[in-house]
Design a protein. Structure first.
Length: 284
């Protein structure tokens, strides 16, 4: 088995954990292969680009945290292999284990004693007035928000061709179940089980309190668009990256992607256990 390695060089202890993981993998007869920048961090030769890594590896291990996992999604370019997160700190929502458990991780890979959780991805397209388009992929959320203006902006949301609402807000979030624990939650959205076949549309600081989050089926197409030219260009982002300006007359189309993310889970680790830990809920 080939295990692809991607590490966040800005995380404290990243190189030490990377070296320890490589030793643990080799001890179990597994072969580590390095993403190009990660090879530089480890001081080894032979690193390869992320998209090539996603094809060659049987499993990909991402060392960092939830943010590093989101960045790795873009680096890998839509990987269909199991992806495991190794958190350099406390257990996150997207990570499989901590940096102190690399031996357990290597043993799980060797024995096959793990499962995968299929996570829905968002396919977003920014369609320009004039026919140009820009395609993006997201795990957590797609966000259309105000740009440099300091005031609320006017947006509309359309679901499968039918008007949902006209909003006055700082912006709108379309989140996957995985992303329900991220920006959408901070904006007042609900927590959603990762296996639920839904999206959640959440306004950011709406002008009217009656404008609440809405959960919709994930087989719909959601259109977001600015409504007033005087609001200036808005900013569209996915997973906090790939910022694209959206002008009056442009529109953003968001739908379920054709591919999924296969998130690796070790035995005894679950979404609900992560909820209890991260949100300080009661439970063992």
């Amino acid at each position: 088995m080939k295990v692809g390695l991607i590490a966040n060089p800005h995380k404290s202890g990243a190189r030490k954990t990377l070296e320890g993981l490589a030793v643990a993998l080799r001890a179990k007869g597994l072969t580590p292969i390095y993403e190009k920048a990660t090879a530089g961090l480890a001081g080894v030769d032979g690193g390869i680009p992320g998209r090539e890594l996603s094809k060659e590896a049987d499993v990909v291990a991402v060392l960092g945290g939830d943010g590093t996992m989101l960045h790795a999604m873009a680096t890998l370019g839509g990987c269909d292999k199991p992806i495991a997160g190794i958190n350099l700190g406390n257990l996150g929502f997207l990570t499989s284990c901590t940096d102190g458990e690399v031996d357990d991780f290597a043993e799980a890979l060797c024995s096959g004693n793990f499962a995968t959780s299929r996570r829905t991805l968002l396919a977003a397209r920014v369609e320009r007035d004039g026919g140009r388009s820009h395609d993006l992929l997201a795990l957590n959320e797609a966000v259309l928000a105000r740009g440099q203006t300091g005031r609320l902006v006017a947006l509309r949301a359309i679901v499968d061709g039918e008007l949902l609402n006209h909003y006055r807000a700082d912006g709108l979030i379309v989140a996957t179940p995985t992303g329900s624990t991220a920006y959408s939650l901070s904006a007042g959205g609900p927590l959603i089980s990762p296996s639920a076949g839904v999206f959640v549309i959440t306004p950011i600081c709406p002008h009217t309190l009656s404008q609440r989050s809405l959960v919709v089926d994930d087989d719909v197409t959601i259109e977001l668009a600015p409504e007033e030219p005087s609001d200036g260009p808005m900013l569209f982002t996915v997973d906090g990256r790939d910022c694209v300006e959206v002008e009056s007359g442009d529109r953003v189309l968001v739908r379920k992607a054709d591919q999924d993310l296969h998130l690796l889970r070790l035995e005894g680790r679950s979404f609900y256990a992560a909820l209890r830990q991260k949100l300080n809920w009661r439970g063992g």
